[in-house]
Design a protein. Structure first.
Length: 124
């Protein structure tokens, strides 16, 4: 992703903003916009039982998945747990699958990006 592409997207000013931005971009079928929410070497725990590593691989995954996916429903984020430049964010899944958790890091410009993303935590 070029600097120009990253600059065209709204940045998360708080860790909790990433959830809203994720839903907006997913519902717009914007794989590059979703990837812009992740650090360059981020790890996404998806597909189930696997990992997708790096912003480029995350973008490629979303390019495959988004055309087949229904609209995402907004999930209110729980209050972030912040220690310095690291934050733990989470939501309770509206689809009844359990919860979602992410670790975000504050960037040099003050915005936040996901470094770890666990989109499905279930008790099954």
């Amino acid at each position: 992703m070029t600097q120009h592409e990253k600059a065209q997207y709204e940045k998360a000013q708080r860790p909790e903003d990433i959830t809203r931005l994720f839903v907006e971009r997913a519902n717009s079928k914007d794989a590059a916009g979703l990837a812009a929410l992740y650090e360059e070497n981020a790890v996404l725990a998806y597909p189930p039982g696997g990992q997708t590593v790096g912003r480029d691989a995350i973008r490629a995954l979303w390019q495959l998945l988004l055309p087949r996916m229904e609209q995402f429903q907004p999930e209110p984020p729980l209050p972030a747990l912040v220690s310095g430049d690291i934050a733990l964010t989470a939501t309770v899944a509206k689809d009844g699958t359990g919860a979602r958790a992410q670790v975000a890091r504050r960037q040099p410009d003050g915005s936040w990006l996901r470094m770890l993303d666990l989109p499905e935590i279930t008790n099954r």
